[in-house]
Design a protein around this ligand. Structure first.
Ligand SMILES: CC(C)(COP(=O)(O)OP(=O)(O)OC[C@H]1O[C@@H](n2cnc3c(N)ncnc32)[C@H](O)[C@@H]1OP(=O)(O)O)[C@@H](O)C(=O)NCCC(=O)NCCS
Length: 227
């Protein structure tokens, strides 16, 4: 490099794109926290949601009272936490629990709101949710799970399990149990950016066993410059 073009001080940082979340202008977010590199597509609506680093929603997704881990891929038109209306009352319509929207002297029914908040959805790391799936209140989806397109998830989905259908049921494990355990043990989703940068070519080139053989014994602690 000629002396007249010195390396910028942050030369190493040029590997990384800016970590700020990307939010489509038509998305609506309320009381929501987004991690680094999170991406929120057009017309997505999120209310009281935590979205982990690198997780993304494609167009038209919707979530409420939900905690989402890192590296989740959420396809278009997915609904996470399809809230309940009271069915034991005269009417399921919101006139009974949000009367404030129609009348001046009647307040929102906090009991209904609190019950909904208590039934939050938890989604682990590296979860892929297929197009148009619906996740029902209170459900937990484990790390590495896959939810098929159009599924209605009414029960917890164990880690590294592929579940499809209405109601969603497991069709198979994503990996044999020993491999899934090794993936869970390396917690790659918590690696610093430097380690991920180095690991991507191996993710592409190596079969999963060879990837694990190599990376289980490798220090991913790049904490000196960890982001
Ligand atoms: C769940 C999924 C990953 C499974 O893929 P796979 O393991 O290759 O599954 P297969 O195609 O071998 O199907 C296995 C069985 O499950 C059934 N199946 C697959 N996907 C299904 C779905 N979404 N709903 C209901 N049944 C499904 C198949 O019919 C097949 O049944 P059979 O054994 O009775 O013939 C995939 O089918 C899927 O739904 N992907 C989501 C795609 C998507 O939404 N992309 C949006 C962009 S992110």
């Amino acid at each position: 490099m000629p002396p007249e073009t010195p390396r910028p001080e942050n030369f190493e940082e040029l590997r990384f794109r800016p970590p700020e979340p990307r939010i489509a202008t038509t998305a609506e977010l309320k009381k929501t926290r987004l991690g680094r590199y999170a991406e929120i597509g057009p017309r997505v609506v999120l209310r009281e949601v935590e979205v982990g680093d690198f997780s993304y929603f494609e167009r038209g997704g919707e979530a409420v009272y939900t905690k989402i881990g890192k590296f989740c891929s959420i396809a278009a038109n997915v609904r996470i936490n399809a809230l309940a209306h009271p069915m034991e009352r005269l009417t399921t319509h919101k006139i009974s629990y949000r009367p404030n929207e129609y009348f001046r002297w009647l307040a929102v029914d906090q009991q209904v709101i609190d019950a909904r908040k208590a039934d939050e959805v938890t989604i682990g790391n590296d979860v892929w949710i297929g197009h148009g799936a619906v996740v029902m209140p209170g459900v937990s989806i484990g790390d590495g799970a896959v939810i098929g397109a159009g599924a209605v998830v009414t029960r917890n989905v164990p880690p590294f399990t592929i579940a499809v259908g209405v109601p969603a049921a497991p069709i198979r494990e994503r990996f044999p149990a020993p491999i899934a355990a090794r993936i869970a043990a390396i917690c790659w989703w918590d690696w610093p950016l430097e380690a991920l940068f180095d690991a991507v070519p191996d993710m592409q080139a190596l079969p999963i066993e060879a990837f694990l053989d190599k990376w289980e014994n490798q220090s991913t602690d790049r904490s000196a410059s960890a982001k």
